[in-house]
Write a protein that binds this ligand. Structure first.
Ligand code: 6PG
Length: 471
């Protein structure tokens, strides 16, 4: 093996794969590159300019694997479903014991667990790595959530730490646990991403539909928020897109964009996993549901003509109320996400380090925000009952912010503007702080019609009611 052998191989030269290859090359690593459509390879290297000297083109799998230093590290940046399984089948015969395959796509963590078992049985390692930050992040510093064996992490670590985003001096990458841990954490990251995007869109909707604000004015307000506790990549993006003009029509770009949102599935996976683990990620669920409603465009157009909201009157909340409401809901959405991480860590034996997860989300990823630094400190100090909302500093912050969230949700109700994610967060908070809830009635109903039994408040055991029979 010559000195010019590559440190890592990247299979898949789409947007994310090519950006990561250039990032690695810029950090001094030699990168073997290949792609299913082989005619992409040479033009990619030509476009890489001086970095091309660090890239090793390979036009088939044998040449690709042969170009790598053993033990080999191969990063797949391709769709994570059937195409990935097919590639694993194709590459395994070329590998030696101790080589590592890395899936850097957005995979369902159950698939990652299944692939890890299969690949580890063959004497190789498999890493499921969530990569966040879009194309720009991949090129100049993503946040990366790694799941896999300790040995595979040792192979990957120097490269991952060199290319990751940095918060102050701390690289935003960590080995979070075995098999599916990294992909699960990335899925929850995306669930929080969906919630945050939706909550920002709800504030926009209130200002636009009840306040009559134009897009640029709302964008300018978000730009102000960017300098305070709401500072975050998603507020920055929202401020920028709201103030952008469509060159064709001269209108705000957002006014010519169809109000139907796509989704590739990670938000939905978060909600599915939450329900499977007996958790309520209601803000995230509301965000997924809102995207689903957004797709029902023709039904909404028809409904607007026939479904009357009744008499509507109400006042728009103040700018400061809206900002505080958004911050409160952002905390609640993160709290739901972290609760899911606790539940999954218990269920799969991952020992997830919640504080470290919040730390690697402080830069590079889509949900990076000022808030995450506060959350990291709270998580380091420990969260009672696995609930971030019970961490003393967070509880105090929420108590101060909740009146503004109540006023905002109440305004939405009064003016007939749907705020599903903001409302869900408020209901979740009020459910959480209710020592005596209403499930006593559910238990009585269940026992009445199904003899399911109930526990009593005054003594141990399982009991049935002496219910009246219906006449
Ligand atoms: C990230 C993003 C990214 C995701 C897109 C689109 O962390 O960089 O989460 O992984 O694919 O944001 O997701 P949807 O198409 O589901 O909105």
């Amino acid at each position: 093996m010559s000195d010019s052998a590559a440190d890592i191989g990247i299979y898949g030269l789409g947007t994310m794969g090519s950006a990561l290859a250039l990032n690695l090359a810029e950090n001094g690593f030699r990168v073997a590159v290949t792609n299913r459509e082989v005619d992409w390879i040479v033009p990619f290297i030509e476009r890489a300019g001086v970095l091309g000297a660090q890239l090793v083109p390979a036009h088939d799998l044998a040449a690709f694997v042969a170009a790598l230093k053993p033990p080999r590290v191969i990063l797949f940046m391709i769709p994570s479903g059937a195409p990935l399984d097919a590639m694993i089948d194709a590459v395994l015969p070329f590998l030696s014991g101790g080589d590592t395959l890395v899936d850097g796509g957005n995979a369902d963590f159950h698939d990652t667990r299944r692939r890890a078992v299969r690949i580890e049985r063959a004497g190789k390692h498999f890493v499921g790595m969530g990569v966040s930050g879009g194309a720009e992040g991949a090129r100049h510093g993503p946040s990366m959530m790694v799941g896999g064996s300790v040995q595979s992490w040792q192979q990957l670590q120097p490269m991952a730490q060199a290319v990751a985003a940095r918060f102050k001096d701390d690289p935003c990458v960590a080995h979070l646990g075995p098999d599916g841990a990294g992909h699960f954490v990335k899925t929850v990251h995306n669930g929080i991403e969906y919630a945050d995007m939706q909550m920002i869109a709800e504030i926009y909707g209130l200002l636009r539909d009840a306040g009559g604000w134009d897009a640029a004015r709302i964008g300018a307000l978000f730009e102000q928020w960017q300098t305070g506790p709401l500072g975050s990549y998603l507020i920055e993006v929202s401020a920028a897109v709201l103030q952008a003009t469509d060159p064709e029509t001269g209108k705000p770009v957002v006014d010519v964009i169809m109000d139907r949102a796509g989704q590739k599935g990670t938000g939905r996976w978060t909600v599915i996993e939450a329900l499977k683990m007996g958790q309520s990620a209601s803000t995230i669920e509301a965000a997924v549901g809102a995207r689903s409603w957004s797709s029902e465009k023709s039904a909404r157009v028809a409904a607007q003509a026939v479904l009357d909201a009744g008499a509507l009157e109400g006042e728009l909340p103040s700018d400061s109320d809206l900002a505080q409401a958004l911050l409160a809901s952002r905390i609640l959405a993160h709290a739901q996400g972290f609760r899911l991480l606790v539940a999954a860590s218990d269920e799969f034996g991952w020992s997830l380090d919640l504080a470290r997860i919040s730390e690697i989300w402080r830069a590079g990823c889509i949900i990076r925000s000022v808030l995450l630094d506060d959350l990291a400190a709270a998580l380091r100090a420990g969260v009672p009952h696995g609930q971030l909302i019970l961490a003393p500093d967070i509880a105090a912050q929420l108590s101060a912010l909740m009146p503004a969230l109540r006023r905002t949700v109440a305004a939405g109700v009064q003016v007939g503007v749907a705020l599903p994610a903001l409302s869900a967060g408020l209901a979740w908070y009020d459910s959480a702080r209710r020592a005596r809830g209403t499930a006593n009635l559910l238990q009585a109903q269940r026992d009445f019609f199904g003899a399911h039994g109930f526990a009593r408040t005054d003594r141990d055991g399982s009991f049935h009611g002496d219910w009246p029979t219906r006449g």
